[in-house]
Design a protein around this ligand. Structure first.
Ligand code: XMP
Length: 371
């Protein structure tokens, strides 16, 4: 059993020995990992720590304000607004890995500039075990995995990285967060990826898609909170798709395949496959059987259409999963009537929303995110 007290006793002398009197920068994303890492360091190093949150433009609705508010009695968090720089640099890019890599470079060069301005040579980040296991396995480039990939951060950005949570799994991080006195809204918060909504605007990034995704995700989070799901969010993709006759025959239902692709995991390696849609079927066991047939065909995510209309540029995917360690995950069997209720609210957000689907794929073969 993980014991937060002994964990802190173990890491504290190592951190003190390494950092000594130096100042250290902490970048908080609003997720549980980065916040816990920063608070742990603040408890150990006090004012030596400069905790900041970069508003990358890919944060959730009101995220910076909410996080600052949640932490107001714990940490003196400074929000640095870089949204315009990030969005204009990433606008128009479609490829998932290119987005992740570009985001990572921009993120760390921004941190590097802040560190230099403040004479800081260390950066703390909340990388946890699952992050680097998956990056090393080639499943995806987690934005925060640097050291394990052999990147010399001192040479590249001028700071050394400290990752106090690198050997912990999510439930251990949450236990540590509770022990450190973080509010429940943070310790029990669902994970949020560093590149944020950038990787939930699947395919080409445009400002219109990003703003719709921000609104829709807010509705999905509000509707599904407190239901015990490990992670729940929305994605937006371009709605063009075509009927795939071969897969339809195998699955015994009409299967459409979108032009946009999404990440999955097969065996231990990353795969990049199609997103497919099937009609609404009010029987999750049957849905599961159909999905098994479809995912044999290079399909990583399958969405079950909940609401649709004739026109519109975008499709919205609702994703809700149950998992212990985020390495594997099961989609949540949400009542269809509940999904339809959420779907109706989503359809009202913007006239360009053509349809809403519910992602009925587990990990593997899908990943939790789409990119
Ligand atoms: P996947 O999509 O790989 O996600 O099944 C597993 C978990 O990792 C989160 N995730 C990230 N977290 N930086 C992060 O801090 C990232 O780049 C990143 N990508 C995925 C994802 O939200 C899920 O909880």
């Amino acid at each position: 059993m993980f014991n937060p007290e002994s964990f802190i006793e173990e890491v504290k002398p190592q951190i003190l020995k390494e950092v000594r009197e130096e100042k250290i920068l902490a970048a908080i994303s609003g997720g549980v990992d980065s916040t816990t890492a920063a608070v742990l360091m603040y408890k150990i190093l006090g004012k030596q720590l400069l905790p900041i949150m970069i508003d990358t433009g890919f944060l959730r609705k009101d995220e910076a304000r909410k996080v600052k508010d949640m932490l107001k009695d714990i940490l003196p968090l400074q929000v640095v607004d870089k949204s315009e720089e990030f969005i204009s640099a990433l606008e128009g890019i479609s490829d998932a890995e290119e987005k992740r890599k570009k985001f990572r470079d921009l993120f760390y060069s921004t941190l590097s500039a802040i560190a230099k301005e403040n004479g800081i040579k260390y950066l703390v980040q909340g990388t946890i075990a699952a992050d680097w296991v998956e990056t090393q396995g080639g499943i995806k480039t987690q934005h925060n995995v640097l050291v394990q990939l052999g990147i010399n951060t001192e040479e590249t950005w001028g700071f050394k990285v400290i990752e106090p949570l690198a050997d912990l799994y999510k439930d251990e991080v949450r236990a540590l967060a509770r022990y450190l006195g973080l509010p429940k809204e943070i310790s029990e918060r669902q994970p949020f990826p560093g590149p944020g909504l950038l990787i939930r605007v699947v395919g080409k990034l445009t400002r219109e898609k990003l703003e719709i995704e921000r609104e829709v995700n807010d509705v999905v989070e509000n509707e599904l909170k407190d239901m015990g799901y490990s992670q729940y969010f929305s994605v937006i993709i371009d709605s063009q798709k075509s009927l795939d006759n071969i897969i339809s025959m195998e699955a015994n239902v009409p299967v459409y395949v979108y032009n946009t692709r999404a990440t999955g995991v097969k065996g231990d390696v990353r795969s990049y496959g199609k997103i497919a849609s099937i009609p609404l079927i009010d029987d999750y066991e049957k849905v599961r059987e159909i999905v098994q047939k479809i995912t044999k065909y290079d399909v990583t995510h399958v969405g079950m259409i909940i609401n649709d209309k004739k026109d519109g540029k975008y499709s919205i995917g609702i994703r809700a999963v149950l998992t212990q360690d985020f390495m594997t995950a099961d989609f949540a069997k949400i009542e269809i009537s509940k999904l339809q209720e959420i779907g109706e609210k989503i359809m009202e957000i913007n006239k360009e929303i053509k349809e809403v689907f519910y992602d009925v794929t587990s990990k593997p073969p899908a990943t939790i995110e789409y990119e």
